[in-house]
Write a protein that binds this ligand. Structure first.
Ligand code: ADP
Ligand code: MG
Length: 696
């Protein structure tokens, strides 16, 4: 074999070739490096036959001393007896197909390796359908890899073995001071021990090293991002008279409009005051703010956002308020429109579905500084939106935006203050990583509410009972949502189903009430009209796809029916349900599902009937879905983790994070000799991510 390096395509390894290459690619293994970091799921030991124990998995080498075929009512059975001098072991193969028969030809006296689970049959100790390996891989401990169809354990083992023995040099990627400090194996040794260790415990140290290394470089990226983002920014004026004026008007109105507390004045919760203090302090400082505001659905993030943005307007800066959907942007706009003009703040809405000339007009006003607060969707990110003096950016429901979009916006206004809001209450360890470049404020207290939310899970067959309950609510002058899932891959079919169901409900069950349909495929203007009629109470029953998921706030809607609830994720259901519980009365959330649903779906629905705390639900969600969901590049924009699982290994994450941040603090451009390896490795690893950093 010619010279290979870590970057070499796997197909050039002996025994791989173009056909197996495809199988390896399926497992996301493209290069030798990918192959070497395929972590074995477990290991099995090579054993002498006399040391075998019942039920354990093991590998045995021996000589064939007997071959026979038996006919039974189940088909043909091939039985092979092997011996290694310490004892005999029977290998049994059932249901011999012609193809299998051709592969399983055993010669008397032939040396074979067999791998399987030890069972007891009438032939004594046996392996049933063991995997057979005739060339033999010489190692006391054998790795067991995750597989894909048509790819066998031994294909991978041989490829890995070949790779290791043909790599001339494996460049070290951690500086010696870290290796010494942590007592890690060197890189080559680590790789060998990960796959073919001499002693089992070597694998643990090896795995630790590569986990740590992966987390360390990820945290280094975050540390650099955070450092670059820390720029001289705007020091906003102390206090805010506009915020005061807004608050007085809003809360006075709130008492009349909704009366959730029956005449008591609206007061901010302690948690709202605390986070507002943190935000104001950041805004007044002369550095830029990058703060994440976390709070469960209904915890009252919007008012905190408004009170913060008005502080920026007080200092004569423009504010961009970004929401993930047009409906939500419109809702924020409608709320603000009721108050801001009265206190002299100029407000505009900029969304994609406006007419081109309207958009042009608004963009001109933004550029000329003729408006103070601009509410919008990601349309605000478009190249041709130029602000006159943007000073403050708020992003609502951040979990719908990726890091990429966030950084792009940052790049647009490098010295703006940022407030990012999310209702996804991810555990702290994780948020440190996903939002590692941000400071975090948490609203951990819900506004006082007299009403409760009751969640019920009901089978399809009892749907008439559900409609009765809905009618009861409607007869109390309340309003109701009926939600249908839209699953991306069958979106058209689902939409059709929702439309049909809507027609049915409108014409029969709810024929005495005004019913309307809203879904993501509708034009912005149509959606806006439906939403505003629903808000005004002109529409009583709103049949919706998940477009209402985030942030929609209609206090009079006290009832939500979620159809096919087994098809939604836990977090999504929690978000949906969060549209309720906004008034003084009891609300109902009814999860309707079929009967044949998976255990996980069942578990999910059960969690929801019992639990209302967003943090607890998020933790469960994490258990169900695993960390991958959060670390997928789509969600977080972060590099993917292949080896480390920071959720189950918070200690390693914390250690890696502390070290990375300390190094960047002491040696921000990695100029020191001792950090040269870090610098080289980092730049090789994150070539494609670096533009992001400079954008920030
Ligand atoms: P979210 O955090 O999900 O965005 P919202 O900001 O939409 O929540 O607030 C939910 C509801 O609670 C709104 O109707 C809002 O006016 C109300 N609210 C917010 N803060 C308080 C408070 N301190 N006391 C009573 N009601 C509040
Ligand atoms: Mg909100």
């Amino acid at each position: 074999m010619s010279f290979i390096s870590l970057d070499t395509d796997v197909q050039y390894l002996k025994g791989v070739g173009p056909w197996r290459k495809k199988l390896f690619n399926k497992m996301e293994i493209y290069t030798i490096e990918d192959l070497l970091f395929l972590v074995p799921r477990r290991y099995i030991m090579k054993k002498r036959i006399k040391d075998l124990k019942l039920d354990e998995e093991a590998k045995v080498n021996g000589r064939v001393i007997g071959v026979s075929t038996r006919r039974t009512f189940k088909g043909n059975i091939l039985e092979v007896i092997i011996s290694d001098g310490t004892g005999n072991l029977a290998l049994a193969f059932y249901n011999l197909t012609p193809a299998l028969k051709r592969r399983l030809k055993f010669e008397w006296g032939e040396e074979v390796g067999a791998e399987g689970k030890v069972t007891l049959t009438k032939n004594g100790l046996s392996f049933i359908h063991p995997s057979i390996d005739r060339q033999g891989i010489d190692s006391k401990i054998l790795p067991v890899y995750p597989l894909t169809e048509y790819l066998h354990q031994n294909d991978i083992r041989k490829a890995v073995k070949n790779a290791i023995s043909n790599l001339e040099s494996i460049e070290e990627t951690l500086p010696s001071y870290i290796i010494e400090q942590e007592k890690f194996p060197a890189k080559r040794e680590g790789i060998e021990n990960l796959h073919f260790p001499q002693e089992f415990h070597y694998t643990i140290k090896a795995k630790q090293r590569f986990e740590f290394e992966e987390l360390f470089y990820l945290e280094l990226l975050i540390a650099l991002q955070k450092r670059r983002a820390r720029k001289k920014g705007i020091g906003f004026k102390k206090g805010s008279s506009l915020a005061r004026k807004f608050f007085d008007a809003f809360t006075k109105d709130f008492q009349v409009r909704d009366n959730p507390l029956q005449g008591e004045p609206f007061e901010l919760t302690k948690a709202q005051i605390r986070v507002l203090t943190e935000i104001y302090r950041d805004m007044e400082s002369s550095y830029t703010m990058h703060r994440l505001l976390q709070g469960d659905v209904g915890s009252g993030k919007t008012i905190v956002a408004v009170l913060s943005m008005l502080k920026a307007v007080d200092s004569n800066y423009q504010v961009a308020f970004m929401a993930p959907t047009e409906i939500l942007a419109e809702q924020h706009y409608l709320l603000l429109k009721g108050y801001l003009p009265k206190i002299g703040v100029r407000l505009k809405l900029l969304i994609g579905s406006l007419k081109p000339n309207e958009k042009r007009e608004i963009k001109k006003e933004i550029e000329n500084g003729e408006c103070d607060v601009i509410v919008g969707t990601h349309a605000l990110l478009e190249e041709d939106v130029k602000f006159k003096n943007l000073g403050f950016i708020i992003i609502d429901e951040q979990h719908k935006f990726g890091v990429m979009q966030r950084l792009r916006l940052r790049g647009k206004s490098p010295n703006c203050d940022f407030l990012i809001m999310t209702a996804t209450p991810i555990p702290r360890s994780l948020s440190l990583t996903i939002y590692g470049d941000l400071d975090v404020s948490v609203i951990d207290e819900m506004p006082p509410q007299t009403g409760k939310i009751i969640t019920k899970w009901i089978g399809e067959r009892d749907i008439t009972k559900v409609w009765e309950l809905v009618k009861d609510e409607l007869n109390k002058e309340r309003q109701c949502y009926i939600v249908y899932p839209l699953i991306e891959e069958s979106e058209k079919l689902d939409l059709k189903a929702a439309e049909n169901e809507y027609e049915l409900l409108r014409k029969s069950t709810f024929k005495d009430y005004k019913v309307a349909l809203i879904h993501g495929r509708m034009k912005g203007k149509e959606k806006e009209k439906v939403m505003s009629n629903f808000r005004k109470g002109k529409i009583r029953v709103l049949v919706a796809t998940t477009v209402i998921e985030v942030g929609v706030d209609v206090p009079n809607a006290t009832c939500m029916v979620i159809e096919h609830s087994e098809r939604f994720g836990l977090a999504e259901l929690h978000q949906l349900r969060g549209r309720l519980r906004r008034g003084k009365d009891q609300s109902y959330c009814i999860l309707v599902s079929g009967y044949k649903i998976s255990d996980i779906a069942r578990e999910r629905l059960l969690v929801l009937t019992k639990e209302t705390d967003g943090f607890k639900i998020a933790e469960k969600d994490l258990q169900f879905r695993g960390p991958g969901e959060f670390f997928g590049t789509k969600q977080s924009g972060l590099p993917e983790l292949k080896i480390a699982d920071p959720i189950s290994n918070i200690k390693a994450l914390t250690k890696a994070r502390n070290l990375a941040f300390r190094i960047i603090d002491e040696d921000p451009s990695l100029k020191k000799d001792e950090n040269k390896i870090i610098k080289d490795t980092f730049f090789r690893k994150y070539r494609d991510k670096l533009s992001l950093i400079s954008a920030g």
